[in-house]
Design a protein around this ligand. Sequence first.
Ligand code: UTP
Length: 620
Amino acid sequence: MADSTSDQLANLDISEFDCPNLQRNLNILSPDYVDLAKMLIQNGQSHVFDEWPEPGVDDDEKLAFFDQIARLNSSYPGGLVQYINNAKELLADSKAGKNAFDGFTPSVPTGENLTFADENFIKYEETGVKEAKNAAFVLVAGGLGERLGYNGIKVALPSETSTGTCFLQLYIESILALQEASCRLAEGEPLKEIPLAIMTSDDTHARTLALLESNAYFGMKSTQVSLVKQEKVACLADNDARLAVDPQNKYRIQTKPHGHGDVHSLLYSSGLLNKWHDAGVKWVLFFQDTNGLLFKAIPASLGVSATKQYQVNSLAVPRKAKEAIGGIAKLTHADGRTMVINVEYNQLDPLLRATINSEGDVNCETGFSPFPGNINQLILELESYIEELKKTGGAIKEFVNPKYKDATKTSFKSSTRLECMMQDYPKTLPPTARVGFTVMDIWLAYAPVKNNPEDAAKVPKGNPYHSATSGEMAIYRAHSLILKKAGVQIADPVMHAYNGQEVEVWPRIVWKPKWALTFSDVKRKIGGNCSVSLKSTMVLKGRNIFIEGLSLNGTLIVDAIDDAEVKVEGSVQNVGWTLENVDYKDTRIPEEIRIRGFRISKVDQLEGNFREPGNYCLKP
Ligand code: UTP
């Protein structure tokens, strides 16, 4: 035994170690691990050594156990002791049925309600693009995606299958297009690179990195992208917050994800926030792994943040009463505290009933709930964000959601853990903080892919499927509606069922972010009388493609380098691409296709590829 270990042991009050299995193994532990052992015992965790055999048996595994404890201890703000204490408190509250919102009265906070394509919207989009060069983006992509059940990582899934562009590629190309457009507007100023941080976890890290590396970071400089990995937290076996030993391995504690709220402490502890601040970043935009529409909403929302100087801006959509998304509410406590925060839908109804409205969660005269629906995309003002994190270290208020065996709430069906959510960040802000929201049409802003086909098909009628099918169809619908607003005649959609889900099928229109980021961009690039039939597919992959009096009834693909200016006109008529139903259970078909319930049969198309600089006209 090393001398320092002997000293360490000498300092220990051995009577505290009422744990013979640990005591006889102390000799194999380093001083640091002895300290950890003591910490465990002192915090009611002696059961973790219950099955430990005598020294000489599985010694490597015993050390690996302490390696894990050391990791769990160092990755949680305040260490494992803090985690266990927080857990005891939250488990006691949960057992007592205590409501986190007791004493608070909700009211509707102030925010901006936008109408797509009106003057106000266009003005905000313009401001947002100007401001984008001062932004940094943060993608939270550490989630397991259990509900979707996809074998790969979610960001590798195609956002739509007309081009096969995966979510990560779409996000990166959107950021690069914003960077280019924003820097172009700031003529004379040095070019700025918009940083992207991606939060991964053990479940997603290696595959996210491999996806980036095998695709040359989708055109972004590798130095522009930072990966930060979240650690899991220990599972809890009972109301006394005893750590759950892995049933498969007595030398491991079971762990589970802590939730996307980890992003704040990781950004802080990694030093990224200060680095961005020094580089002149003013805004940090948080977004999630599978929302193919998000970047349609970013320019205007960032414009709102910049104009109103919001320290926190939550992107939101109109919410129908009782809809299963959280509502953004201002909560005022009897003691004077206030906060603007997301209230989960199952908490909103009882809170309203208990306070301002005996009918609970109901629509107002607009036909919607007065509380906007939170879509969990946040824009934070960096300066005040850093100031706040200096105080909190990025720790976010946690919650626990144990599944009890019975009404006595004395034991769990399976182990639980503490969780935290990124949108709970404003909970610790002072009442003077400028916290607002930006509401946008759901068709423009939100279509995540969260549910597997089987569960999506069971979603009650009228509620969103949030499946690969609905996510892809939402992209076509958004592009169709934007073009329609710009004056293009777009055929009406039809309803069709894929994988048991009835969805609106619009013409399959897709453009690269660099073709158009804002409504003004779209309008500049469309002229004359244009029409697109329902069977059509249109893919625009260049910055300088101009559509003039086009009548499209079939498939048109235009791909052009930045220095090629292409005018597309006339009447395009061909058999085009058709959608064929496929069954999600048909394992002969690749998973990323069959989970949509359709595959695209690329029969015929007019295709223009422009690889040399110059002016061109594409006419059938
Ligand atoms: P989701 O609600 O989609 O959860 O997360 P999930 O964990 O990915 O999927 P399920 O619940 O198991 O089906 C919203 C966003 O937060 C990220 C996800 O990657 C997604 O972008 N997330 C979630 C994290 O980054 N870490 C987490 O611990 C949980």
